[in-house]
Design a protein around this ligand. Sequence first.
Ligand code: ADP
Ligand code: NA
Length: 331
Amino acid sequence: SLMQRVFSGIQPTGVPQLGNYLGAIRNWVKLQNDHDCVFCLVDMHALTIFRDPQQLRTDSLAQAACLIASGIDPSRHVLYNQSAVSAHARLGWIFNCVVRLGWLNRMTQFKEKAGKDREQHSAGLFVYPALMAADIHAFHATRVPVGDDQKQHLEIANDIGAKFNHDYGVDFFPVIEPLIPPAAARVMSLRDGTKKMSKSDPSAQSRIELTDTADEIALKIRKAKSDADALPSEAEGLETRPEARNLVTIYAAMAERPVDDVLSEFGGQGFGPFKSALAELLVETLAPVARETRRLLEDRPHLEAILRSGAERAGAIADPIVSEAERLVGY
Ligand code: ADP
Ligand code: NA
């Protein structure tokens, strides 16, 4: 196919939340129209921090179900578990031998995740960027949708590809370019407008999950933190009101309308009517996704068959590329 190949890695940790949907999943669904997409549930990356085995399996299936229910099409594109395709581990090892310790030492995400007790973390967490480079290069993918926080990972993936090409005197791994999503909304916690909505937040009330029922969505929005003032008529009026700003941001992102446009409709009103409208909007889009997710999860063998077929197709693309890399290094 003449379309650019996109690689997206998705951590199978917990049920996706509204921030994942608006910040990532919805964008991936759109990418399918004009790209050749590989959607990889990166369970090997998830293992860098100890996970309960049963939970890891359950999370991978829940993640797959949510993606399909959201509109990822596993028959036209590729959706599979990373661990099911050996090309990742094979090229990951070669890249461990290409990447320099100095490059890994400069990765800010490891420093943030490891914090003070660096010595207590797995070596896997440290070399994660080499495996991520392998994920992408194993497919000769040239486009990767990334947020700001992932740019450094793409740079090191390109450095690794370039060093491989240089060391072995080949022009084998292409340059990867980031696909920066069109100003993705940053969704904040429903309980604290200064914290990012996250599936790792201990409070389930802080987020809308993609498996929430219509009633759960409505209740979470009704209870979401706001303030006593009316909504302003312009975005400027939200600057010092993080909770209000978050709810308006969610509405605007969900409706794909500018914030000022939303405020021209609701400005001057209290949160009562606005929250009802927001709940209705969320239910309209997410309740069908949740219903479909639950339906998919009820037929686990079917879901597993989809992932198996995805893994076969992923292997058919990546195995020849990684075999050639292995030949180049002299295996
Ligand atoms: P989580 O914090 O829920 O575990 P991840 O860190 O796994 O989310 O991120 C998965 C994807 O979802 C990334 O592309 C990230 O940019 C996006 N994302 C996660 N949380 C949010 C959020 N609150 N707002 C916007 N995008 C988000
Ligand atoms: Na996370």
